[in-house]
Design a protein around this ligand. Structure first.
Ligand code: ADP
Length: 467
């Protein structure tokens, strides 16, 4: 395979060469044709001039020709390639160039013939004799024959002109070629440099080096887009890689605590250090229950984030689901002496009822977990033009501003909640977000430390799309 760096200048050179060649050949032909027709007209004109000049040398009074002048005109014409013969009214010769200087005539004719046959071999030219009747005041005074090479012949200066023209074309051709070479070289370098560099970077990325980036920009828009895309790709892959590593660490971390608790408890029981009292067995059971719940959460998350989560969507009353789910937490809320209010009206959204229950469950469960005794929890259900809206707010511990964007990440727990024993594994909100997103909805969190938090979920209303 040939490289772009070699192909591009060659292509540019080829195009320029081709264009210059075509232009040169065409213009050369057109100019030559025009020039030849101009020369041919000139020659006819010249013959006419000779005729006029010679006829004016007849004196009608004396019936005599001014031989001296005719001789001058004839000799001038001869040097220009015109062989002139003058006959009087009765057909007798008055002046004849060949008669006058046979050798010179032959030499001039030969020179013209040789030159024309050499430069225009296919022209089919020859010496042709043109006969002109001479008149004065309507009276015939004689006959003039002029022989010259036709359809046209070129003089020394004509040849010089054509040679100069050809040299100019040649010069322009060579110059264009040189310019094409230089421009092609720089242009292709400008284009290929970033492409080669990007290809090199892409190769490194495919080899696992996600830290690499294309520094700087290209001057071409499309190349710039390519560079941005490659840098973005590297960034995204690096993020994925970090997430993957983080996920493994987090799962290991979440599993370690309950496993080591159960392990040490069972060890103590086996070695007879501890009596297997129902309370101790209960504690082991709770740890195993936490593990089971964690695995169930992970499975839920994997399923909802799969490419094709099976959502059993139908028209669901958001208010009704909030009422039923919050009812399930009545005992827990009572235990923490939390004031609870559910306000709003029926709003029908297009949703999978079980998943929607899961969203509200997780939000209420968090509100209970992160709210102090005697606090309050309020759920509001309302609607906007297109969405059903559910707001879950509490006056609990709140979330620091800098951590707010992170709480929807899996396994993310704020420092505050880490220090409390209440916290789960940090998957609840990740599940909430995935479910809401799978329903084409949005979720937003607002919070102030020690003041409370507010989670607002918006889901498309039933029939909103059809309307
Ligand atoms: P967890 O199982 O730890 O509650 P979540 O994914 O549900 O995990 O929540 C992630 C983190 O967000 C929690 O650990 C907590 O720090 C914070 N958080 C969530 N809800 C609230 C809330 N209502 N008040 C304060 N912090 C909250």
């Amino acid at each position: 395979m040939r490289s772009l760096r070699a192909q591009l200048p060659l292509t540019i050179m080829f195009i320029v060469l081709f264009t210059v060649a075509i232009i040169t050949v065409l213009s050369n032909q057109i100019i030559n044709r025009e020039f030849e027709s101009y020369i041919s007209d000139q020659q006819k004109q010249k013959a006419e001039d000779i005729v006029t000049n010679v006829s004016s040398q007849y004196n009608s009074l004396t019936g005599e020709w001014n031989i001296e002048f005719v001789h001058g005109v004839g000799m001038y014409a001869l040097y220009d390639g015109y062989i002139v013969k003058l006959y009087d009214r009765s057909g007798d010769m008055v002046w004849d160039a060949e008669n006058h200087d046979m050798a010179l005539c032959a030499q001039i004719m030969r020179e013209i013939l040789e030159k024309m046959e050499m430069s225009r071999p296919n022209n089919g030219g020859e010496f042709i004799t043109h006969e002109h009747d001479l008149t004065q005041n309507g009276q015939k005074i004689g006959v003039l024959t002029i022989s010259y090479y036709g359809p046209y012949f070129l003089s020394e200066s004509d040849f010089r002109f054509i040679n100069v023209l050809n040299s100019v074309f040649l010069f322009i051709g060579i110059l264009s070629l040189l310019v094409a070479l230089i421009v092609g070289h720089f242009f292709s370098r400008r284009i290929t440099r970033p492409i080669i560099k990007t290809a090199e970077i892409a190769k490194q990325i495919s080899g696992g080096n996600y830290a690499i980036r294309f520094e700087g920009t290209a001057k071409t828009k499309e190349l710039n887009d390519l560079i941005i895309a490659i840098n973005h790709l590297a960034g995204a892959l690096s993020e994925q890689e970090d997430l993957r590593k983080q996920l493994t660490t987090d799962i290991a971390h979440e599993l370690r605590t309950p496993l080591s608790t159960v392990g040490s408890h069972l060890e103590a029981l086996i070695e007879g250090i501890w009596e297997p009292t129902p309370a101790r067995l209960q504690s082991c059971y709770e740890e195993i229950d936490r593990l089971t719940e964690l695995v169930a959460d992970l499975e839920r998350l994997t399923h909802i984030e799969s490419d094709n989560p099976s959502l059993n969507k139908s028209s669901v009353d958001l208010f009704d689901v909030a009422r039923i789910v919050s009812g399930n937490f009545a005992i827990e809320m009572k235990k923490k002496k939390l004031a609870f209010a559910l306000v709003g009206d029926a709003v029908f959204v297009l949703a999978d009822k079980d998943r929607l229950s899961q969203v509200i469950t997780n939000l209420i469960s968090n509100a209970i977990k992160y709210t102090h005794i005697n606090g309050y929890i309020k759920i509001t259900v309302k609607d906007s033009e297109k969405n059903g809206i559910l707001v879950v707010e509490d006056n609990g511990i709140g979330i620091p501003e800098n951590e707010l964007p992170l709480i929807f990440e899996r396994f993310y727990r704020t420092d505050k909640s880490r220090n409390r024993k209440t916290g789960g594994a940090g998957i609840g909100l990740a599940i909430v977000k995935s479910i809401v997103t799978a329903h084409d909805g949005t979720i937003m969190a607002e919070s102030e430390v020690d003041q409370g938090s507010r989670f607002t979920v918006a889901l498309p209303k039933y029939g909103a799309r059809e309307r």
